[in-house]
Design a protein around this ligand. Structure first.
Ligand SMILES: NC(=O)c1ccc[n+]([C@@H]2O[C@H](COP(=O)([O-])OP(=O)(O)OC[C@H]3O[C@@H](n4cnc5c(N)ncnc54)[C@H](OP(=O)(O)O)[C@@H]3O)[C@@H](O)[C@H]2O)c1
Length: 345
């Protein structure tokens, strides 16, 4: 039977490169590009069909940062597929990034340069805002929307006698110090991106605990530092071009500067080829590129613990229940939405 694979954020960067590589790996797959902008999704589909003219590629409208869009898209997926083999939770945002230029320039010529680019520690903050569902946008997009999608797709992901996989595009920027169980949406801090990625590492562990016995396995990936729309949002493209010779030089000494989306997708494609049962739920799978340009995948232990992951999982279930109640009430009376927004201000 042909494998069904759904990729969120499939129209650009790592997601698009992943789709290309999936088709090279298995031309028979039923590939679904789940994107918020259908024009960009159509352009991605056209580009993929140039090199894979017989490929089975469908589009799905999904704004992962919107509860109603996630619920609608999940309904559509359940109508289209009896079973989903792989779900790539890849869409992600880092809105309004602010770079500490002084720290950047200082770090560029220090021994910490590799660590600085790999983790952005002490370098990067973001301005987040509340979305129309009353949730912090980064949390809603990078984490909660994907969580809700997984929960909604349970019937097609958890099939008796079959294994399915979830693959999260996390980051080395995921740091325990930016995440707090008392503020899972990161309303108070200035590093919502790091917090959301750390939360996805915790959530993956919890999902394994709760779903492995139903045949569903979850893994997290770090694609390395990749030049995409996301990185061009942090610093303008001319700056990256300017420092590119330094980056290539540093690449001789490190392996985390994968730089191209193709290289960044390495661990995502590697996981596709593994038996999910053989994977370590506490490992993050890193895409790495050697100084000679060879790609490989390496598991590294994550700084996470079971209690914290369970506590986050419980909070997400509570939030899910609240959100579902709100959606139900809204369907009955649209004025409820106005009141809800007022309360969350
Ligand atoms: N680039 C890096 O160095 C790096 C490092 C570590 C982790 N990552 C992670 O890699 C993943 C892919 O990012 P990228 O680097 O490839 O950047 P990108 O080119 O900007 O890709 C992000 C993708 O997510 C989509 N997206 C954003 N918000 C969405 C929403 N609300 N609903 C649906 N789709 C949405 C974007 O769609 P639009 O085109 O419509 O915006 C785009 O397709 C992200 O999770 C990112 O955090 C990247």
């Amino acid at each position: 039977m042909k494998k069904a694979v759904l990729v969120t954020g499939a129209n650009s960067g790592i997601g698009l490169a992943l789709c290309e590589r999936l088709l090279c790996q298995d031309a028979e797959i039923q590939l679904c590009l789940a994107c918020r902008n259908m024009q960009r999704a159509e352009a991605a589909r056209t580009a993929l069909l140039v090199s894979h003219s017989d490929a089975h590629i469908t589009l799905l409208h999904l704004d992962v940062g919107s509860v109603s869009s996630v619920l609608k898209a999940a309904q559509e997926v359940k109508m289209r597929y009896n079973r989903l083999d792989s779900l790539y939770l890849n869409a992600g945002i880092m809105p309004n990034p602010q770079v500490d230029i002084k720290a950047l320039l200082k770090g560029l010529f220090s021994s910490k340069v590799i660590h600085m680019f790999a983790t952005a520690e002490g370098l990067l903050t973001q301005h987040d805002h509340v979305n129309s569902d009353g949730l912090q946008e980064v949390f809603a997009t990078n984490l909660f929307g994907h969580f809700l999608l997984v929960r909604e797709l349970e019937p097609v992901l958890c099939q008796p006698g079959h294994t399915s996989r979830l693959i999260w595009t996390s980051s080395s920027n995921a740091r325990r110090t930016t995440f707090s169980l008392s503020d899972i949406q990161h309303q108070k801090g200035a590093e919502p991106y790091s917090s959301s990625k750390y939360a996805s590492d915790l959530l993956s562990l919890a999902l394994n605990r709760h779903y492995n016995d139903q045949g569903l396995y979850s893994s997290v990936v770090c694609p390395g530092l990749v030049m995409t729309n996301l990185t061009y949002g942090i610093l303008p493209s001319f700056f990256w071009t300017l420092i590119m010779p330094v980056m290539w030089l540093i690449r001789v000494f490190t392996n985390t500067f994968t730089l191209t989306p193709y290289n960044g997708a390495e661990a995502l494609i590697w996981l596709f080829l593994q038996n999910p049962e053989s994977l370590d739920p506490r490992a993050k799978y890193h895409s790495l590129t050697s100084g000679f340009g060879n790609n490989y995948t390496q598991p590294r232990k994550m700084d996470i613990d079971e209690d914290m992951s369970e506590a986050l999982y419980e909070q997400l279930l509570e939030l899910e229940s609240k959100v579902r109640k709100k959606v139900k009430k809204e369907e009955e009376d649209p004025r409820v939405h106005e009141q809800y927004l007022h309360q969350t201000e």
